[in-house]
Design a protein around this ligand. Sequence first.
Ligand SMILES: [Zn+2]
Length: 482
Amino acid sequence: MRHHRLTLCLILLLQCAWLCVGTIHTTYAQQRAKYVFYFIGDGMGPLQREVGEQYLKGITNDPDATLLMNQLPVQGYIHTRSANNEVTDSAAAGTALACGHKTNNGAIGLLPDLKTSIPTIAELAHQFGLKVGILSTVTLDHATPACFYAHQANRSEYFPIAEQLAKSKFEYFAGGGLAGLKNDQQNNLDLATTNGFIITQTLGALAEQKPGMRVIALNDSPNAQRSPLPYDLERNEKDITLAEFVSHAVRLLDNDKGFFMMVEGGKIDWAGHGNAIGTMAREVTALDDAVKVAMKFYNDHPDDTLIIVTADHETGGMQKIGKPNAAYLAGFNQSYDQFKSKLKQLVKDKATYEQAIQMATEHFRLDPFTDEHNQVMKITWTALLSGEPIKHNHGKNNQFTENCLKLAAHKAGYKFTTHGHSKADVPISAIGVGATWFKETQDNTSVPKHLYQLITGMPMSVLDPPPSPTPTATTTDEAQTD
Ligand SMILES: [Zn+2]
């Protein structure tokens, strides 16, 4: 009798297990993302998001204000290391996020042998019939966007990367221009025009384009063809925002078969390299504004849309050292590049220390300076004026600027521990179809694999990754700045 009961229990258990597997399998197969928004904040770790949110609280004077990306229902983390380094660069991380494979720092869309090309999720989605858009605040041939359409051994080879953009079959590129715009023989935007792209350089011209047209949308500025977008703190009336570029992406790409778009906030990383906390905070909120555009689309298509917001790595090794000071952060109204320009002019004019420190305290609101601060700052100003070679660090700040930035970060409640990238895990947030797949902490390579399955209903056919060498370094390669 006892034996019989045990057998019965076993059968029931097995049936239960089979039913569970069946249910999981069905759910897996039924979840299809027709519209995918893939946001990548370059260098956006957890504290970059927190600082962005504090800045938002400050400028809205609302202690309850939050970033939309921090409010999405699914919040997880991804590991970031590359094939050959514990600390990744944007090329290797972009390749992981786009292709589902680890590669070496510097490589774009290739395995670590630097020869074997691997398909990107954007290419695969396009083959499946989705329209594709690639958007970034930095130049479109920069590492992160390049990882979605190009295959190149070295991320610095901008011309051949830009040429691959020009020859791409995707429908929409928007944001910065091309660092590899032209050589003696060829202009890559001319090549793109031959390939059927329409180039727009004003918001009005972009608005005139109709769905079905293939567009490269650049900013409205004299150097737009080869420049990144300005820092959001420097933006003037004519500059087109990332959110506006996303809004037109939705309009131009929307179709019955769906779309995939990758949207990068690329200058969060640049400000992170500079350890410029105010500039960085504003870049995070500018990316969040772009996420809001996607959210509006999601609200109209909740059963078909997936929004992901993540990062390639953390930049600056940020740490919290006190209570965040939202009101202080909100006072930044110029970028640190603008500060550096003003400082350069003062050096050129051989300004006095008092003039220099007045400009610095106005920009960073560092008043009152202690005697100790004044002593240190005087030395760095004298060094700047005397033209003595000043040791440039990774963020390329002189010591005078460096000290100001350090004090500003402290005043905001934080500190930077490096001018490079760190090996920290980074947040991933999601809402919509299959969002729960991003809940558990996972490797960055799993993100495009999930996306492929959610878009096509099929598992991503992947090449066997080669064995990774043991990582040795723990800080960013100094030669590799982004
Ligand atoms: Zn970087």
